[in-house]
Design a protein around this ligand. Structure first.
Ligand SMILES: Nc1ncnc2c1ncn2[C@@H]1O[C@H](COP(=O)(O)OP(=O)(O)OP(=O)(O)O)[C@@H](O)[C@H]1O
Ligand SMILES: [Mg+2]
Length: 211
């Protein structure tokens, strides 16, 4: 399955989730390729900050030919996760065209709900050529013990795309683990952040199995 993590809004957690989903799938024994489609190169920086090899392959493809370049590479992997760039661009369009599933992280704020219109429009555009393209929202950086996640789920329903049951909370280990090129599955394997990521990866796999 090729999952493209996309949102033109910056800082919503595209890179954080792309890295963590890649690790969660790799931990289950899958061969995983993480494609860094962001010229900022955050996922590549993350991999470079590690002391050892990451538990999955990381490659940079930040030209708007991802949809052409990826298929032959993807054959060697069970799953490919694309970390998308911020801002509307031909890169995001190419990274959506390459995908089976577009995962849209949104923070629980009305600004994020409104800003999702940009990625929604790109997906609509791609769906004309790609009938089977699936897209889902995932709430990231939810504040623990608040109801605000629920309001956002309701507001997002206006787009007519599903919102994943798994939500990822604002948790310090996500930011901390990044500094050393690790994931919470390594630094806090029994913590709640790790549980959220494992549940998210499971839900994504289930989505991939129903066509
Ligand atoms: N669930 C979370 N809990 C705590 N911190 C988080 C969480 N998700 C992301 N962050 C932090 O928020 C910041 C932005 O996240 P990230 O870089 O993943 O977003 P992005 O969408 O990839 O940004 P860009 O659009 O610039 O590529 C980072 O410092 C990251 O560590
Ligand atoms: Mg990023």
């Amino acid at each position: 399955m090729i999952i493209s993590v996309q949102n033109q809004k910056g800082g919503v957690g595209k890179t954080t989730l792309a890295i963590h989903i890649s690790h969660a799938l790799a931990k289950q024994g899958a061969m995983v390729l993480l494609v860094d489609a962001d010229p900022q190169g955050s996922a590549r920086d993350w991999a470079a900050a590690r002391e050892d090899q990451p538990p999955f392959s990381v490659v940079g493809l930040d030209r708007p030919t991802i949809h052409r370049d990826l298929p032959p590479m993807a054959q060697n992997y069970n799953h490919v996760i694309i970390d998308g760039p911020p801002r509307v661009s031909d890169l995001a369009r190419s990274a959506i065209a390459a995908a089976d599933l577009v995962l849209i992280p949104v923070q629980p704020s009305p600004y994020d709900v409104w800003a999702a219109k940009e990625v929604f429009d790109l997906i609509q555009e791609a769906s004309v050529f790609k009938e089977k393209l699936k897209s889902v929202f995932v709430i990231n950086r939810k504040i623990v013990n608040t109801a605000i996640g629920r309001d956002v789920v309701e507001a997002l329903s206006g787009y007519g795309l599903p919102v994943l049951k798994s939500q990822v909370c604002q948790r310090v280990p996500f930011a901390e683990s990044a500094a050393t090129g690790q994931t919470v599955l390594e630094t806090n394997p029994n913590g709640q952040a790790a549980q959220e990521i494992t549940a998210l990866a499971r839900e994504l796999l289930e989505l991939g199995h129903v066509s």
